[in-house]
Write a new protein. Structure first.
Lengths: 114, 121
């Protein structure tokens, strides 16, 4: 079955510390991969995406993610977290066939300590 | 970039009444829109795919008669929760694809609205 796993439900980091959010997927073939961020009561904002090519992708707000095919992972990283990064982060996959039916992970809630 | 607008952001209604939520694509035409439901502290679950000019495609387990979807134009899809009950209370989010890839996000990326929180008393 197709699925996305975000093993960490909650993560707390200090401001200025580095961050890594994990995402693993189970899919028949390499899908399109996304990271979205959701602030409380808000919709989702795209942080970055991977379609093909360079496996290290850069996104907005200083985030990057690395696609590792052998591990079926697409982990999100940021070298120095800011207090404004506190939010819910969702990893998602979508088929490359063009149906755009995203499958979302359960999300990781990030708390940033001052 | 591409923007999707949802209205209303918040709605409170009495049990048994119907509520309509609008989803609009701004500055681009969306032949396909998607409606998601998000329970507190949970992920997004796809409810249905809204197709302009044709019937919506519902995911398994989603009641078609409960959640009416209409995609009457290339920029507007509506979700009507009919005869709402407290268990329908949730956060509803729509999304749309910019098929022409006019914006930097590209044609293969969904843009999400800010969501509509429904509370049924």
């Amino acid at each position: 079955a197709q699925s996305v796993t975000q093993p960490d439900i909650h993560i707390t980091v200090s401001e200025g510390a580095s961050l890594e959010l994990r995402c693993n997927y189970s899919y028949g073939a390499t899908p399109y991969l996304f990271w979205y961020v959701q602030s409380p009561g808000q919709g989702l904002q795209l942080l970055l995406k991977y379609f093909s090519g360079d496996t290290l992708v850069q996104g907005i707000k200083g985030f990057e993610a690395e696609f590792k095919r052998s591990q079926s992972s697409f982990n999100l990283r940021k070298p120095s977290v800011h207090w404004s990064d506190a939010a819910e982060y969702f990893c998602a996959v979508a088929p490359t066939s063009g149906t755009y039916k995203y499958i979302f992970g359960t999300g990781t809630r990030l708390k940033v300590l001052a | 970039g591409a923007v999707v607008s949802q209205h209303p952001s918040w709605v409170i209604c009495k049990s048994g009444t119907s509520v309509k939520i609008e989803c609009r694509s701004l500055d681009f035409q969306a032949t396909t829109m998607f409606w998601y439901r998000q329970f507190p502290k949970q992920s997004l679950m796809l409810m249905a795919t809204s197709n302009e000019g044709s019937k919506a495609t519902y995911e398994q387990g989603v009641e078609k008669d409960k959640f009416l979807i209409n995609h009457a134009s290339l920029t507007l899809s509506t979700l009507t929760v009919t005869s709402a009950h407290p268990e329908d209370s949730s956060f509803y989010i729509c999304s749309a694809r910019d098929p022409e890839g006019v914006f930097a996000s590209g044609a293969n990326v969904l843009t999400f609205g800010a969501g509509s929180r429904l509370t049924v008393l």
